[in-house]
Design a binder for this molecule. Structure first.
Ligand code: RRO
Length: 312
């Protein structure tokens, strides 16, 4: 009998498949017709800020057929206080493994939001979003190692809940930011947020999204995510990696685990197939059985062991 139980650092997960922030509403209600949230490895909430935010003007999404989509949501969320009162009880009642994604414009903003949840035992991890591409300054904390270090080390002082830093691919060398995150005490790194992109509307002759650029996600970014996870696991084999980026099938998820991710988050796939995460969990069970694995964690980082290419 295969075992999908796994750990990401100190966080125990029923299986390595989580819903990614921003792709499951604020707290996953939208998935009720399809499955129980308790069947998943976990759910990551929409990014929550100290104050509610309305987000960017419409249109907010553009499909790039066959490749994925661009979004420009702009951090729309009801605020951490509303969330704790009205949504957290729902996730607890559903027996979900809860990861709260927190965002802010300043260190004080993040601290204010973290203070609302710092002592809540029901929360398995806090994912610090350092990498929203759709608001002014949203990428600052994940493009400057010093800023990443300061933010994460300040949050570490506030709570014992494990912290995952969600980082941006929009950098020259992701491992510099990973190093700053690890040095600051991050318990894991979530790789990757969306890639900056742009679409043009040829009828209006203008960019399709209101801020021109948007966050690109979906199958096209999978190789970018794998490359960044590869580089990170190679340099920091002990830092837990939460893999994100274009995962639509169990085969995709397996590639992320082999590359060094200890769990994965499913994002854009939820919009195409709301049951994608459950199908991926079932696919992982089959893979374990076919490969006679006692535990899915046996394959984490295994692709690195077999590589003999020069310089790899
Ligand atoms: O809300 C958004 O526009 C957004 C966020 Br917070 C994020 O982290 N990544 C993204 O692509 N969009």
């Amino acid at each position: 009998m295969s075992n999908l139980n796994t750990t990401t650092g100190k966080v125990s997960l029923k299986n390595p498949v989580l819903l990614a922030s921003g792709t499951c509403g604020v707290a996953g209600h939208e998935f009720e017709p399809y499955f129980n949230l308790s069947e998943l490895g976990g759910i990551v909430t929409k990014s929550l800020s100290i104050k509610p935010r309305d987000g960017n003007p419409a249109p907010r999404v553009v499909e790039i057929p066959g490749c994925g989509m661009l979004n420009s949501i702009g951090l729309q969320n009801p605020g951490i206080e509303y969330f704790v009162k009205n949504e957290l009880p729902y996730l607890i009642k559903k027996n979900a493994t809860i990861i709260i994604n927190i965002v802010g414009e300043t260190v004080d903003d993040y601290a204010g939001a973290v203070n609302f949840i710092r002592d809540k035992n029901e929360i398995s991890a806090i994912e610090l979003n350092l990498s929203c591409p759709n608001v002014s300054g949203g990428l600052d904390f994940s493009q400057d190692p010093k800023k990443a270090f300061t933010l994460i080390s300040e949050m570490k002082k506030l709570t014992k809940i494990p912290l995952w830093a969600k980082l941006s691919p929009n950098v020259t060398d992701i491992t510099e930011i990973v190093k700053a995150s690890v040095d600051a005490g991050s318990d894991g790194v979530s790789l990757i947020n969306t890639v900056l992109g742009l679409a043009i509307n040829r009828w209006t002759k203008k960019p399709a999204l209101p801020r021109a650029t948007g966050g690109y996600s979906g199958p096209a970014i999978k190789p970018i995510a794998l490359r960044m996870i590869w580089d990170t696991h190679k340099k920091f084999p002990n830092i837990p990696i939460i893999g994100i980026g274009g995962i639509h099938t169990a085969d995709d998820a397996i590639e992320f685990l082999l590359c060094g991710a200890s769990c994965v988050q499913i994002g854009t796939a939820n919009f195409v197939n709301p049951k994608a995460s459950i199908e991926i969990i079932n696919g992982l069970k089959d893979y374990c059985e076919k490969n006679k694995l006692n535990s899915i964690s046996e394959i984490v980082g295994a692709a690195h062991h077999l590589v003999t290419l020069s310089g790899a």
